[in-house]
Write a protein that binds this ligand. Structure first.
Ligand code: FES
Ligand SMILES: [Fe+2]
Length: 416
C-alpha cells in the first residue's frame, strides 16, 4: 500500500474527528483515512473482527481426531482441530511459554502440537501435556498453561469461531436459515475446491465490493448474463421463480427471505441473511454456460432457476445453486491486504472426474473473483490518492453496503 503524507497523524482524537465527520454525512463513501490508518485497523481487529463469528472450515476437513486446519486472521493464527474426544476446538496458535507458533502447516493430522522453540507439548484439546524441565519451577501449574481457546459453533457442517469469550450465541439466530440452507445437506457435503485470493486492498474495500451488485453489469459479464441481481428491480424478474421454487425443489420455505444483519443482528457480529434470486430463462446453475456441473445437492429435486444468497456473521457469505454451493469469507491480513477465501461444495458422494469436473465447477466464481480483484485494487489505488473525495452511495444497489458502513462507524465510535 502507498502511504501518503496524511497517514502520519494517527491519533485517537483524529479518529474521533473523522468519525464525527462521517456520521454527519450519511449516504456517502467514507474518507480514505479509514482505509489506511494503522490505528483504525488495530481498532477494527479488537472491536469488530475478533468479536465476530467467522467461518473457519467444514467438518469434513477435520473429520478425524487430530485433523487440523490453521486460520490466519490479521497477524494472529488459530488451530481448528478435532480433539481426541471428537470435539472441534479453536486453539490460539501461541505457545504459553514465550509465544512461538506451535503449528506451522495449513492442514494435517497431529497427535500433539510440539512447540518448535523449547519443546512444550500440547494435546489436541489444547491442554499442556509436557513442559521440559519445568518441574524445577516451584509451583508450576501445567493445567493453567493450556493453549488459549476461541468459541466454536458448528452449524450444518460449517464451523464458526469467535475470539470473544462473551460473544452472543449464533445458533439461535441461525435457526432462521434451517429450511433454506438445510436443503443443501451441507453436513454431508464435500469441499470440492478452495482457494485463497490475497487482495492488495484494505478488507473493507473487498467486503464492500461483495455487498453491492451495482458493479456487476460493468465488471462481470458472465455473471450478469445469467443472474438477475444486477437489476435494481430484480424482484420483478424473480417473481416466477419464487412462485415455483417450493414445488420444483421440493423444499418447503425455499424462497423465504430473512434478514437481520449488522446493526439489526440479534447479537454483535451475528448477522443472518437469506434470500433467493433468479437466473434468466435457460440457465440452471452458476456455470460458464448455465448448465449443471454436479449432481443435485441434498434434498433438492430439480432446478428452479434460482440461487440462494446467504450471510452468516459479518464476513461470511454463500451462493447456493441447486448443484453446488460457493462460500466467500473475507479476512484482513494487514491494513492493505485481505484474504478472500472461496470454497466450492458439492454433494458428499460426488466423485471428481465422474460426477463433476473441477475446472467447470469453479469457472464462473474463479473468473468473477479475478474480475473483482481487478476492480478492488483499482478502487484501492484511487482511494489512496490524496485527491480522493468520497461520492454518494446508490440508494438501492448500495443499501447493504450502507448498512455495513453504518454499523462499522458506530462500532468504532463506541470504542472511543
Ligand atoms: S516458546 Fe514454546 S516452548 Fe518456549
Ligand atoms: Fe463483484
Amino acid at each position: 500500500m502507498n502511504m501518503i503524507a496524511s497517514s502520519v497523524d494517527d491519533s485517537r482524537s483524529r479518529m474521533a474527528a473523522k468519525l464525527r465527520a462521517e456520521l454527519a454525512r450519511p449516504g456517502h463513501a467514507v474518507d480514505a483515512y479509514f482505509y489506511r490508518s494503522p490505528l483504525v485497523y488495530e481498532t477494527e481487529l479488537t472491536e469488530l473482527v475478533f468479536r465476530s463469528w467467522i467461518y473457519a472450515g467444514h467438518v469434513s476437513e477435520v473429520a478425524n481426531p487430530g485433523d487440523y486446519l490453521t486460520l490466519e486472521i490479521g497477524e494472529d493464527s488459530l488451530i481448528i482441530v478435532r480433539d481426541d474426544d471428537g470435539e472441534i476446538r479453536a486453539l490460539m496458535n501461541i505457545c504459553r511459554h514465550r509465544g512461538a507458533r506451535v503449528c506451522e502447516g495449513a492442514s494435517g493430522n497431529r497427535k500433539t502440537f510440539v512447540c518448535p522453540y523449547h519443546g512444550w507439548v500440547y494435546r489436541t484439546d489444547g491442554s499442556l501435556k509436557a513442559a521440559r524441565e519445568m518441574h524445577m519451577l516451584e509451583g508450576f501449574d501445567a493445567t493453567a498453561h493450556g493453549l488459549r481457546q476461541a468459541r466454536v459453533v458448528v452449524y450444518m457442517g460449517l464451523i464458526f469461531i469467535n475470539c470473544d469469550t462473551d460473544a452472543q450465541d449464533l445458533l439461535a439466530p441461525l435457526q432462521n436459515l434451517d429450511r433454506q440452507l438445510g436443503a443443501y445437506d451441507l453436513p454431508h457435503a464435500k469441499v470440492a475446491h478452495k482457494q485463497t485470493y490475497r487482495i492488495a486492498a484494505n478488507w473493507k474495500l473487498v467486503l464492500e465490493n461483495y455487498l453491492e451488485c451495482y458493479h456487476c453489469a460493468t465488471s462481470h459479464r458472465s455473471y450478469s448474463r445469467m443472474h438477475t441481481l444486477k437489476e435494481a428491480d430484480h424482484e420483478v424478474a424473480d417473481r416466477a421463480m419464487l412462485e415455483r421454487t417450493e414445488v420444483v425443489t421440493g423444499v418447503a420455505g425455499m424462497g423465504a427471505r430473512y434478514e437481520r444483519t449488522y446493526a439489526d443482528a440479534e447479537g454483535f457480529g451475528c448477522c443472518v441473511y437469506t434470500s433467493r434470486y433468479g437466473l434468466y430463462d435457460g440457465f440452471l446453475t452458476g456455470s460458464k454456460d448455465g448448465q449443471p456441473v454436479a449432481p443435485l445437492m441434498g434434498q433438492i429435486q430439480d432446478y428452479d432457476g434460482g440461487v440462494g444468497d446467504f450471510q452468516i456473521g459479518p464476513l461470511t457469505f454463500m451462493l447456493n445453486y441447486p448443484d453446488h454451493c460457493v462460500l466467500y469469507r473475507f479476512i484482513p491480513r494487514d491494513v492493505g491486504s485481505t484474504d478472500m477465501e472461496v470454497v466450492w461444495f458439492v454433494r458428499g458422494d460426488a466423485v471428481e472426474g465422474v460426477d463433476y469436473d473441477r475446472e467447470k465447477l469453479t469457472w464462473l466464481w474463479h473468473h468473477t473473483t479475478l474480475e473483482d480483484e481487478y476492480i478492488i485494487t483499482r478502487n484501492s489505488h484511487g482511494v489512496n490518492s490524496r485527491f480522493f473525495e468520497p461520492g454518494p452511495y446508490h440508494p438501492v444497489f448500495e443499501n447493504e453496503l450502507q448498512a455495513f458502513m453504518a454499523w462499522y462507524l458506530a462500532t468504532l465510535s463506541k470504542s472511543l
